[in-house]
Design a protein around this ligand. Structure first.
Ligand code: UFG
Length: 326
């Protein structure tokens, strides 16, 4: 198929592009490189520097290629930053996405695979969280993603635009072949920060909060390997073609690990004595976020295969050891 991958130079997008190319699809990447890296896209893949807020540039792109589906990975994802700069989040994650969707409709492209987030749920009222759990996001990041999901429902009603929204829990890990991985700047995510402490790129890992209502007092999260996320997107593509309907799926492992469990596992795998500092809670962190991903298992036939905590950390450690990345 002829596929546009917006944000294909970023963390999850670049893993998706590798998969789609290997499956024989014709892929065009559009990225503004604000957080992505050109060298995360293989030379053989068409790659356009473009901001999806730019309607004219999108028109030119869509006039040049007859896309059959659009994957959208291009959003800002830092919860803390979204609280400090909400406009930045609504502008890119909502407004620019709307510009992209309007362009799709003008060019009669009616299949859309959207990166959503567990942040749409806010503080969980029940655990594990299924897709019908109340959606009460507690920060602009989560709200911007929920708003896009709502826009997508309306566009399906009005224009028959079919979409699959995939609500990621804690994306983690790296390409098992070692060619791609996580490189955020600044990095805020737990696993890469722990591994930076293991490799000596930072002196310690800070544990944000040790007084949560969890067995060891630290927050519990559902870590899901990036290659399992990619597999779910590939299945979402089959779903949208075969079922011809829109849907929303949680993508998580269904198993939670505490911050201390993640650090202990990283110590075991790296053989390094990772220094810990205990600090106050980080604002906005729920104690426990664990997915009920039965819908994806039932309707997409999806089964996480690489998402043991050990596998996630091994692959991320392999990637960290290649720093600086060429
Ligand atoms: N943590 C630390 N120390 C750190 C970094 C994180 O203790 O230096 C803790 C956090 O407090 C949290 C856990 O590790 O309890 C995981 O934190 P991350 O920042 O890695 O991930 P989050 O759970 O905050 O956020 C992730 C995604 C968001 C998404 C959210 C939804 O990054 O985009 O999951 O569940 F919105």
């Amino acid at each position: 198929m002829k596929i546009l991958v917006v944000g294909g130079a970023g963390y999850i997008g670049s893993h998706m592009v590798k998969h789609l190319l290997r499956a024989g699809h014709s892929v065009v990447v559009a990225d503004n490189f604000s957080t992505g890296y050109r060298n995360a896209v293989p030379d053989c893949c068409a790659c356009v520097e473009l901001d999806i807020a730019n309607s004219e540039a999108l028109d030119t792109l869509f006039a040049t290629h007859s896309f059959e589906v659009v994957f959208h990975f291009a959003s800002f994802t830092q919860v803390g930053e979204s609280i400090e700069q909400p406009g930045k989040y609504y502008s890119n994650n909502l407004s620019a996405t709307l510009t992209l969707l309007q362009t799709m409709l003008r060019f009669d492209v009616k299949r859309f695979i959207f990166s959503s987030t567990a942040a749409v749920y806010g503080n969980p009222q029940t655990t594990p969280i299924d897709e019908d759990h109340p959606k009460q996001p507690i920060n602009p990041y989560g709200r911007s993603k929920l708003m896009v999901e709502q826009v997508l429902e309306d566009l399906d009603q009005a224009h028959d635009l079919k979409s699959v929204s995939l609500r990621y829990f804690n994306a983690a890990g790296a390409d098992p072949e070692g060619t791609l991985g996580e490189r955020h700047d600044p990095e805020t995510h737990l696993i890469p920060l722990i591994l930076q402490a293991a490799s000596g790129r930072r002196s310690e890992i800070t544990i944000f909060g040790n007084d949560y209502d969890t067995p060891d007092g630290t927050c519990i999260r559902d870590y899901i390997h990036v290659s399992d996320l990619v597999d779910a997107h590939a299945r979402a593509l089959d779903f949208i073609i075969e079922q011809k309907c829109s849907a929303t799926f949680n993508l998580g492992n269904g198993t939670g690990f505490s911050v201390r469990q993640v650090i202990d596992t990283a110590r075991r795998i790296t053989g390094k004595n990772i220094q810990i500092r205990e600090a106050a809670r980080r604002a906005g962190d729920p104690a426990r976020l664990v997915a009920d991903a039965h819908r994806a298992r039932d309707q997409l036939g999806w089964q996480p295969r690489n998402s043991s905590l050990e596998q996630i950390i091994e692959d991320a450690w392999h990637w960290e050891q290649q720093y600086p990345w060429s």
